[in-house]
Design a protein around this ligand. Structure first.
Ligand code: NAD
Length: 254
């Protein structure tokens, strides 16, 4: 039956990786308050327990390290055996290690790709396996960045991983469309979170902000429209899309 409000997520189960802080924590709150049951997955369980107590709807906590095949497999078992359903995936866990290209160590390069690209792949593959088996379709949202499209100083590994994540998004979308599994990416610009506030208060941080046409950072809540659109049936004909939410940052003048 078609819902009166196409953004309503009641009856759906959403997995959010990296739900212990920042955007992931916010995404979990947004999906929950719009009706979804949530699976909070990250490494810091005590932080997710606090988040769980603030959520409106049922939620499950899973200890997850996206860099570990075993950890992702055990999440798969939990979803299949205990939760039994998976409709929405927010592939959000990510890290960065800003450093000049000439100074990047191979270990740093590999760790950024391991979390931001390989980790996202592992979660997307695990979710696809479940969704194909359940035959109910689904929506996978990969959290990319405007650095998938443009480049910035000291972020070669991060920008490379996010650009590859966008290509993964489009490749998956192409192949999974026939199974009604939609795969899209959300590309935020600079969004204020609990961990970057101090940096953006510095002179260097203010310099970054001056390059954003809207001359300010985005708020977590300003990602809600795009997130809910992609997660819900309101985007039932969208797949392979990348939605940029950045105050005009990628269109700043050359
Ligand atoms: P954050 O550091 O607050 O959150 C990242 C989350 O990922 C944390 O919960 C962390 O514990 C988790 N995580 C990291 N490695 C993990 C692993 N191996 N296994 C499981 N969880 C892991 O940062 P954030 O700013 O909230 O970033 C969230 C996502 O949004 C990232 O993918 C980031 O690249 C992207 N992003 C953020 C911004 C921004 O301005 N904040 C802009 C563009 C894109």
């Amino acid at each position: 039956m078609e819902k009166e409000n196409p953004f309503d997520l009641s009856g759906k189960v959403a997995l959010i990786t990296g739900a212990s802080s920042g955007l992931g924590k916010h995404f979990a709150k947004t999906l929950s308050s719009n009706g979804a049951k949530t699976i909070l997955a990250a490494r810091r369980v005590e932080k997710m327990e606090k988040l769980q107590s603030e959520l409106k709807n049922d939620s499950f906590i899973v200890n997850l390290d996206v860099t570990s095949k075993e950890s992702v497999n055990s999440l798969k078992g939990e979803i299949e055996n205990t939760i039994g359903q998976l409709d929405i995936v927010i592939n959000n866990a990510g890290i960065s290690d800003p450093v000049r290209f000439k100074d990047i160590s191979e270990d740093s390069w590999l760790s950024i790709l391991e979390t931001n690209l390989n980790g996202a792949f592992r979660i997307a593959k695990m979710a696809t396996d479940i969704m194909l088996k359940n035959k109910d379709g689904g929506s996978i949202i990969n959290i990319a960045s405007i650095l998938a499209e443009r480049v910035g100083l000291n972020l070669a590994s991060y920008a490379s991983a996010k650009a590859a994540l966008v290509q993964l998004t489009k490749s998956m979308a192409l192949e999974l469309a026939r199974s009604n599994i939609r795969v899209n990416a959300l590309a935020p610009g600079y969004i204020l979170t609990e961990i970057n506030q101090d940096f953006f208060d510095t002179e260097e941080g203010q310099g970054y902000i001056s390059k954003i046409p809207m001359k300010r950072l985005g708020l977590e809540s300003e990602l809600d429209g795009a997130l809910l659109l992609l997660a819900s049936d309101a985007s039932s004909f969208m797949t392979g899309s990348v939605i940029t939410v950045d105050g005009g940052h990628v269109i700043n003048p050359l």
